[in-house]
Design a protein around this ligand. Structure first.
Ligand code: BGC
Length: 526
């Protein structure tokens, strides 16, 4: 810890020197001596993020229909740590209270998602629209705006309406494309007059890989040869590509619908991608070094490059052959340049080891990219540091490197960090309010990552314009239930879901308290 503090101090000193005045060819960073909002380019947006299923609860209110995760956690309780999202953290009823927390943080924006099954309880408009659901999101968005918080809205954060699962297996079928477009069009029309930042899909990579290749997340599908997965069906190394194919076509349709939506003018749409950064397992091994570009083509380029160039990265096609579906020329046309910014979620990094001889009889996404993910390097180093209660290694350098990589590979586009955060888990005994709010490791994680982002912007001149911490509150962490905590505010699950401010929240509040909030900058100056 002493070493970490020393490093941090050193880096903060560096800040003094790099916070040099503007250059004409990149973001303008004001000089500063201490990292805070004031160190970042004027107008930079800071916020917090959540997703409907993870926070809302109230699953039977306002005519909400069942969604994939409701049914999955009930059918396979052990795959959700024997917990459900029925109540979650009751954001549905407590959003006004939580908006006051956002306000007290001095944050500018809030990333939320719309639960599809609250709007179209049975997945399609013809089967009924829940006016109560539609109204809920109006009320939430209005309350955010009233409090000076800009809403960033995710259209789909993994909660497919169960009726579409039952009818045609959701994203496994190309029928999802039409239904998703109808839904996206509906929410754009409904909220597009007041919401100007949209994310069609959250983390397509996680959705397709965890759900349909290794069976870790709903719908929990994979082949029998996936160890300890206990899947109920599926075909690894195949379904994942099919699901993503349908998802990408659905995205392109939604993008077209957005561009046709008159009241949405001035708005932006993107996807929130979720790459890790990779370091070679053996720094002296050229194959390991070369494997990084390939790993990123598979994990990031799969969905990002496709929405820029209109087709999959050539390397994926070469390796996967017939397993990677083909787009028609019309689909390619719609996919090309179908995002207005690049959304990135960054959490951690891993070592990449080149694989020479894949086992063709057992196709799997990671193996397809001809790498093995390794937590240790060839000389037995871990990547970054990992406190014993931490969910993932802390490696802020990877964040900076990733941003530079995306800038250089994808043509210096606007990037927004849609999620960045630190997860921790405690034993039942040690999970108390006192321990939970003393989250110095999270504070350290945030300091390091904000600094890495600062360096990416102010030294590497990466065009990053916004940053969201995952998450405002502890919440339902998918397969880990409520055991993994990511929030700036601690939720006391044993005591009326009371919210408690953590050290990390105090830090973010202070960080954001300096400098000028974008909402206070006069419009013509922006
Ligand atoms: C997801 C969130 C999740 C977070 C922490 C991201 O992959 O978008 O839904 O809670 O990571 O695991």
């Amino acid at each position: 810890m002493a070493l970490q503090k020393f490093l941090l101090l050193g880096l903060l000193l560096v800040l003094t020197f790099v916070g040099s005045p503007a250059t004409a060819d990149g973001p303008v960073c004001p000089p500063s001596t201490k990292l805070s909002r004031a160190s970042f380019p004027e107008g930079f947006i800071f916020g917090t993020a959540t997703a409907a299923f993870q926070v809302e609860g109230a699953i039977n209110e306002g005519c909400r229909g069942p969604s994939l995760w409701d049914v999955y956690c009930k059918r396979h309780p052990q795959k959700c740590s024997n917990q459900t999202g029925d109540v979650a953290v009751d954001f549905f009823h407590r959003y006004k209270e939580d908006i006051q927390l956002m306000k007290s943080l001095n944050s500018d924006a809030f990333r939320m998602s719309i639960a599809w099954s609250r709007i179209f309880p049975h997945g399609r408009k013809e089967k009924g629209v829940s006016q109560a659901g539609v109204q809920f999101y109006h009320d939430l968005i209005d309350e955010l705006l009233k409090n000076g918080i800009t809403p960033f809205v995710t259209v789909f954060h993994w909660d497919t309406p169960q009726d579409l699962e039952d009818e045609y297996q959701g994203f496994l079928s190309e029928r999802i494309v039409k239904d998703f477009r109808e839904y996206a069009e509906f929410v754009f029309q409904e909220y597009g007059g007041k919401v100007k930042h949209w994310i069609t899909f959250n983390e397509p990579w996680v959705f397709a890989h965890a759900g349909y290749d290794v069976g870790k997340k709903a719908p929990g599908r994979c082949s029998d040869y996936v160890k300890d997965a206990n899947c109920t069906g599926g075909r690894s190394g195949h379904e994942t590509y099919l699901v993503s194919h349908n998802l990408l076509n659905a995205h392109a349709e939604a993008y077209e619908a957005f561009k046709n939506c008159v009241k949405c003018k001035g708005g932006k749409v993107g996807i929130a991608h979720s790459p890790a950064w990779f370091e070679p397992k053996d720094f002296n091994n050229k194959n390991d070094a070369d494997s990084i570009g390939r790993a990123l083509d598979f994990m990031l380029g799969w969905h990002l490059e496709t929405t820029i160039s209109g087709d999959y990265p050539p390397r994926m096609r070469e390796i996967l052959g017939y397993r990677l579906p083909q787009f028609s020329s019309e689909q390619k046309r719609k996919l090309k340049n179908s995002a207005d910014f690049i959304g990135l979620n960054y959490y951690s990094s891993i070592f990449s080891e080149h694989v020479d001889q894949p086992d063709h009889s057992k196709p799997l996404f990671k193996q397809d990219s001809l790498i093995v993910w390794k937590p240790k390097s060839a000389d037995n180093y871990s990547i970054g540091s990992q406190p014993s209660t931490g969910a993932l290694p802390v490696y802020a350098q990877g964040f900076r490197k990733l941003l530079k990589y995306v800038k250089e590979k994808y043509g210096n586009q606007e990037i927004m960090i849609m999620e960045n955060g630190y997860g921790e888990h405690f034993t039942d005994d040690s999970d108390t309010v006192e321990v939970g709010i003393a989250d110095h490791n999270r504070k350290y994680y945030l300091q390091r990552h904000l600094l890495a982002m600062y360096e990416a912007i102010c030294i590497d001149k990466v065009n990053v314009t916004g940053y969201f911490i995952w998450s405002l509150l502890d919440n339902f962490e998918w397969e880990n239930g409520y055991k993994h905590r990511f929030g700036l505010y601690y939720i006391d699950y044993k005591n009326n879901l009371t919210r408690h401010e953590k050290e990390s929240a105090k830090y973010y509040k202070e960080f954001l308290g300096q400098g000028v909030r974008p909402s206070l900058i006069k419009r013509d100056e922006l």
